[in-house]
Design a protein around this ligand. Sequence first.
Ligand SMILES: [Zn+2]
Length: 194
Amino acid sequence: MKIDNIDLKILELLSKDPKLSFRNIALKVGTSTPTVIEKIKKMEKNGIIKGYFTNIDSKQLDQHKEIFIINCKRDFLKSLEENDNIRRIFKVEGNRYIIIFVYENEDKLEVFLNTLDSNDIEYERFLVLDELKFLEEYFIPQNLKKLTCDYCGGDIRGIPITKKINGETKYFCCRACKDDYIKRYEKLKAMVQE
Ligand SMILES: [Zn+2]
C-alpha cells in the first residue's frame, strides 16, 4: 500500500501514544475521524501497524531477561519460535540469532539451557541488569513528514485545512489556497463538461 503523509503523521502519533483516541488523532492531523479510522484499519490490514504494545517493566513483575546469541541451523529455529519465554528473535549474520529470553522461574531457563546443550548449540548469554533505553525501532522519515499545500506547494505549519475533492482529501496551508484550488477545480470541471 502507498503510505501518504497523513498515514505517517498517524503513525508518529500512535508510536508516541497508542492510547490516543481516533478523534484526537483526527484533530491533530487535521482530518476527519472516519478518515483516521479508515486509514488505521488499512494500515493494520496491510501489516504496517503490527500491534499496540504496552511497555511493562519486567523487573517490577519479578521477571528476568537474558539476551542470548545463538549459533544454530534453521531447523532448530522452529523450536525457538515456539518457546513462549523467547520474546524476540533477530536473525543476524552468520547463522546467528539474538534472542531475548524472559522468565520468572529458573526452571524455564534450566529447560532451555538443557535443550541448547543437548542439541550442541553454541551460545553466549548475558543477563540484562537494566534497560536504559527503549524506543520504537523505526523513524518517521523527516522529509515525508512535512505536509505541503496542494495549491501553492508551501509547507503547512500547524493544522492543515482540508477538503475532500473528488473523493480525495486535499490539504491547504490557508483558506485562500483552498478557495483558489476549488475555483480552479470547478473551472476545469466545467471545461471538461462543455
Ligand atoms: Zn497554500
